[in-house]
Design a protein around this ligand. Structure first.
Ligand code: ADP
Length: 653
């Protein structure tokens, strides 16, 4: 726009003297040219003046234009007046003025329009540059396409994220430069959606994963909008996106946190349910009290059942149990004040539990713990309580029964002791008499046959002997229980002793149909109480004959290091495994009274003697296959408490 005097849209921007001076100058120039060229331009004297007016109006505005018009009118009328009537002059002057005014108006108008267009273009240029600079420097990534869907603009951020240099990206299809996938389904997103020519509302805040040229993935959020003339064709699309990996991470972490929180909530809920179930179904009564007045806060159903309506939430323990032992209340106060738990067994509580108006006593196992808050402060007490009234009463009954039983056993033992003592003296004299009688009688009668009275005496001596043994056993029981069984140790040949016992038992064995087989080749010398050792062997052998009738009985004694080992083996009825321990106890038997007489004392006495000699006894047997009793005895008496004249300590049973 070189013909414009300045970039200003207002000619008034130049000083007035310049503009009016220019009008004078141009008028002068027009006058000079008119003057010089008058001979050739006579018919159109206004040509140069009109030009000066136009130029003055164009360059200086309406004022200078008007000045040039006035000057042109004056100069023309003075110097270039054509002959004619004054009306002709007036008309031509009016016409000139009108044409000049029109020209001034048009020039001013065109000039203004041109200035406006120029200003608009300049401003558009500035805007364009500002926009371009802004888009290049903006923190978000910006990418624009033309209506053909090819990339027209890509700013450095978009270039960085997509991995495409600006020079490479321009002119490429958008789908190539901006590769997006759906973050959840990982399906590619169609980039042609951005290139749609249809006017659509601006899409904002869509999450997507951007696949850069080098294959990296970046979570982004994008917005796109079609660009078009207000009522014209589409110009393309602008796409703005930004990196949301930090937010993505935060969202992910938040989601994880929420999931964890949710899990923790579920866990807490299930724990609460478990605790509630435990509280409601606990097999003990639970009661929570708050504050120093022990106001009942919670009682579980069993608690309600145990004490009836006495424990009601909102009432203090003092109010609930008016007759409560003051000591117990004091203990409860202590638990609250000092935080030390209290445990009481079989604590009696006297109250009207049933609400019938009659107080009764019940017994409880009771634990009071301090109930603490989160900071460890004591809020109240927690009581766990189980009613043990039935157990206490049952135990008392059992104790009374046991005491009665003990008394009865004592009476029995006393009776047996007295009875056996009382029996022993006449029995001994009876045996003595029988022996004297036996000796005083001749071997044969007058008829030369064995004396008939001898046979009867013999028949009487055997039961007397058994009775004697029984009385001895009873006396031993009394002695052992009283700890009065004295042991007299002396040097004994166990093999010879066994031989003696076997010889004495031969008649009985023969009567029972038993053959006695003895294996005691070598002497077994040790220090034992001879009589008690005989008693051990006799008891075991008489049992073998009794329970193994009509079968052989084998006996062995050998030395095994510093032990003597005795075995007595029969082939009789045997002993069931479940009875094998029991038969060594006092009065315990594993056979019926009807088939086998006896008191169940023999084996108990044997065991007491064997143990007092420092040895042990065991049995191996199967029902119907006989029994083998094995005794192991040290050759020397045990060092402590079992020396010569040792006594058997009081046996438990
Ligand atoms: P008693 O023979 O007088 O019953 P014991 O104390 O000697 O008393 O024996 C206890 C029980 O052991 C017997 O009642 C019997 O059941 C069982 N018993 C003992 N010895 C034998 C054996 N040799 N064979 C089978 N059972 C036996």
């Amino acid at each position: 726009m070189a013909f414009l005097p300045s970039s200003s849209s207002q000619p008034q921007g130049s000083p007035p003297w310049a503009r009016f001076g220019l009008a004078l100058l141009l008028s002068g120039l027009a006058f000079s040219l008119q003057w010089l060229l008058a001979p050739w331009l006579a018919p159109s004297p206004s040509f140069f003046f009109l030009s000066s007016i136009l130029l003055s109006a164009w360059l200086g505005g309406p004022g200078p234009g008007a000045l040039a018009t006035v000057l042109a009118l004056v100069l023309t009328s003075v110097f270039f007046r054509t002959p004619g009537p004054p009306s002709h002059l007036l008309l031509s002057s009016a016409l000139f003025t009108g044409v000049s005014a029109l020209m001034i108006l048009v020039a001013s108008r065109v000039r203004r329009l041109l200035h406006e267009a120029h200003d608009a273009r300049a401003s558009a240029q500035v805007h364009g540059q500002t926009l371009s600079t802004t888009l290049r420097n903006i923190g978000d990534a910006v990418l624009t396409t033309g209506p053909d869907g090819l990339v027209r603009f890509i700013n450095p951020v978009a270039s960085y994220f997509t991995g495409w240099r600006e020079s490479d990206a321009i002119g490429q299809p958008l789908s190539l430069v901006l590769r997006l996938v759906d973050p959840s389904s990982r399906q590619p997103l169609d980039s042609s959606r951005f290139a749609s020519a249809e006017p659509r509302p601006v899409q904002l805040g869509h999450p997507a994963l951007l696949l850069s040229k080098n294959g990296a993935e970046l979570p982004i959020e994008y917005s796109s909008a079609p660009v078009s003339h207000p009522h014209g064709p589409s110009l393309g699309t602008v796409i703005v996106f930004r990196d949301i990996s930090a937010r993505f991470r935060e969202d992910h972490e938040r989601a994880q946190l929420l999931a964890r929180e949710h899990d923790a909530h579920l866990e807490a809920e299930s724990q609460r349910e478990r605790l509630e179930t435990l509280f409601m179904q606990a097999p003990v009564a639970i009661c929570l009290t708050r504050g120093e007045d022990h106001v009942v806060e919670l009682v579980n159903p069993l608690g309600q059942t145990l004490v009836g309506e006495l424990l009601t939430p909102g009432r203090s323990v003092r109010e609930s149990f008016s007759g409560l032992d003051p000591n117990l209340l004091h203990l409860l106060d202590e638990v609250y004040r000092k935080g030390t738990p209290f445990t009481g067994h079989e604590v009696p509580l006297r109250a009207d539990f049933s609400g019938s108006g009659h107080p009764e006593v019940k017994y409880f196992d009771l634990t009071w713990q301090p109930w603490r808050g989160h900071a460890g402060e004591i809020l109240g007490t927690m009581g766990l309580c189980a009613e043990v009234t039935e157990q206490v009463l049952a135990r008392r009954e059992v104790e009374a029964l046991a005491s009665d039983l003990q008394k009865a056993l004592q009476i029995r033992d006393d009776f047996l002791s007295v009875a056996s003592h009382e029996l022993k003296t006449p029995l001994t004299s009876l045996q003595l008499q029988l022996q004297l009688l036996w000796r005083s009688l001749p071997e044969t009668g007058p008829d030369g046959q064995p004396h008939p009275a001898r046979k009867r005496i013999k028949a009487t001596r055997r039961p007397a002997e058994r009775l004697h043994q029984l009385v001895n056993n009873l006396l031993d029981v009394s002695r052992i229980r009283a700890g009065r069984l004295a042991l007299e140790h002396e040097t004994v040949d166990f093999a010879a002793l066994l031989q003696d016992v076997v010889t004495r038992a031969e008649a009985d064995a023969a009567g029972a149909g038993c053959r006695l087989l003895l294996h005691a080749e070598a002497p077994v010398i040790g220090r034992w109480d001879r009589l008690r050792l005989e008693q051990v062997v006799t008891n075991l052998l008489s049992n073998a004959i009794k329970y193994g009738a009509n079968h052989p009985v084998e006996m062995t004694v050998v030395q095994d290091g510093d032990l003597a080992r005795l075995t007595v083996r029969d082939h009789g009825i045997g002993i069931a495994p479940e009875n094998q321990a029991r038969i060594f106890q006092r009065f315990e038997r594993a056979v019926s009274e009807r088939h086998y007489g006896g008191f169940g004392l023999g084996l108990w006495i044997v065991k007491q003697i064997v143990e007092s000699l420092g040895g042990d006894i065991r049995v191996e047997s199967q029902p119907g296959q006989g029994a083998t009793f094995s005794v192991a005895l040290p050759l020397e008496p045990p060092p402590s408490g079992r020396s010569d004249s040792a006594s058997v300590s009081h046996a438990a049973n």
